[in-house]
Design a protein around this ligand. Structure first.
Ligand code: EPU
Length: 337
């Protein structure tokens, strides 16, 4: 176990925020993980787990032990004529695992191409894009409770997946370190091309051919055209969730804003946060070295050396203006540290 002190986290978060951690360590296998968890327990040191660092905004020094998850490994857990269950270790990069499946012609996660982050983070917020969600392919995960050091297995029902949500986002289940995630991939996949942009790219770029590779490539193209590349411009993807309002509220708003896009969902009507933020005049807003992305206002960006606290304050201003104009309370998707 190698603990580094006052370590800069700049290289480990896609928002490119330069805050430090009082203690920092990397775990590459389960033996190291247990060693670190025992140490934290003995020292009564709080730990925070980092994967790809793509869904956090650092707003202050992390006065804790940051554990960088680099648990690697991919194995076939079960195989039948129709599906293959693959167990991915949680430190694997999500997108590389998507491409691994696409190359093996195993379907189910191709629409989730190019989502930044690690396998372990994927179930925590039930990642989703272009008509697919992690929960659709999820079989189970194993996790170690960081205080009792007990290993547990969770199936989909136990994870209680919702829109960008699972039990692991809530206080009583925060103390789990996800070790591995098993997904069920289909050998004869049904292609999910309902999303208009996907159909358009398939038509224009791929002569309307359908394969996992084509769909993955189409999603990559769409994401690159709309979302800022975190390698170039600091960001953490969607900063806010798309809000769901009651049907009566949506009806009222439609009378005032006839062009407002909205989608019926189980528990009400989903309204794109991007539209609400754009209507409040924030699209492309820039204050010095940070701002709101010009093609996707759901994404806040760090152009260079911004402070996380400034970006947090900007998000508060956006929340207030959307609340005042539409009486809708935007919820952050990104975790604030
Ligand atoms: N829109 C605007 N102005 C804009 C952009 C979009 O009004 O500048 C409106 C349009 O009506 C558009 C709608 O927003 O039809 C939806 O936009 P988009 O398809 O880009 O998706 P989104 O709802 O804004 C969600 C996810 C993304 C995911 C895309 C594609 C959330 C919080 N975000 O965004 O996820 O890639 O759908 O499926 O659900 C992420 O979580 O980090 C992320 C990028």
């Amino acid at each position: 176990m190698n603990i580094q002190y006052n370590k800069s986290l700049l290289a480990y978060n896609t928002f490119h925020i330069d805050e430090t951690a009082s203690e920092f360590t990397i775990v590459k296998d389960e033996h190291q993980l247990f060693e670190v968890l025992r140490y934290a327990h003995e020292q009564q040191q709080e730990i925070k787990i980092m994967g790809g660092g793509s869904n956090i905004l650092l707003t202050q020094k992390a006065d804790c032990l940051i554990v960088l998850n680099q648990l690697k490994g991919i194995v076939t857990a079960e195989e039948t004529d129709t599906f293959t269950d693959i167990q991915f270790m949680s430190g694997e990069n999500w997108h590389q695992c998507v491409r691994y499946c696409v190359e093996k012609n195993l379907g189910g996660i191709e629409n989730l191409s190019l989502i930044p982050g690690s396998i372990g983070a994927a179930p925590i917020q039930n990642i989703g894009a272009y008509g697919a969600e992690l929960k659709d392919v999820f079989v189970s995960l194993t996790a170690i409770h960081t205080k009792t050091l007990q290993k547990h297995q969770f199936n989909g029902t136990q994870c209680a997946f919702g829109y960008r949500d699972s039990i692991f986002k809530h206080a009583e289940h925060r103390h789990y370190f996800i070790v591995s995630v098993t997904l069920r991939l289909q050998k004869k996949p049904a292609f999910n091309t309902d999303y208009g942009d996907i159909q358009q790219v398939l038509k224009e770029d791929f002569n309307d051919q359908r394969s996992l590779q084509h769909i993955s490539d189409a999603v990559i193209k769409i994401r690159r055209s709309k979302l800022p590349d975190p390698e170039v411009t600091g960001n953490a993807g969607s900063f806010f969730k798309n809000p769901v309002v009651a049907e009566a509220h949506a009806r009222q708003l439609r009378q005032l804003f006839s062009e407002m896009p909205s989608y019926p969902v189980d528990n009400g009507v989903k309204i794109p946060a991007a539209w609400l933020i754009e209507q409040c005049g924030w699209k492309g807003y820039q204050a010095g070295n940070f701002g709101v992305h010009s093609r996707q206002p759901l994404v806040l960006v760090n152009y260079a050396d911004a402070k996380g606290a400034d970006i947090l304050e900007l998000s508060n201003k956006i929340i207030t203006s959307v609340q005042q104009r539409f009486n809708i309370l935007l919820e952050r998707e990104v975790n604030i540290w």
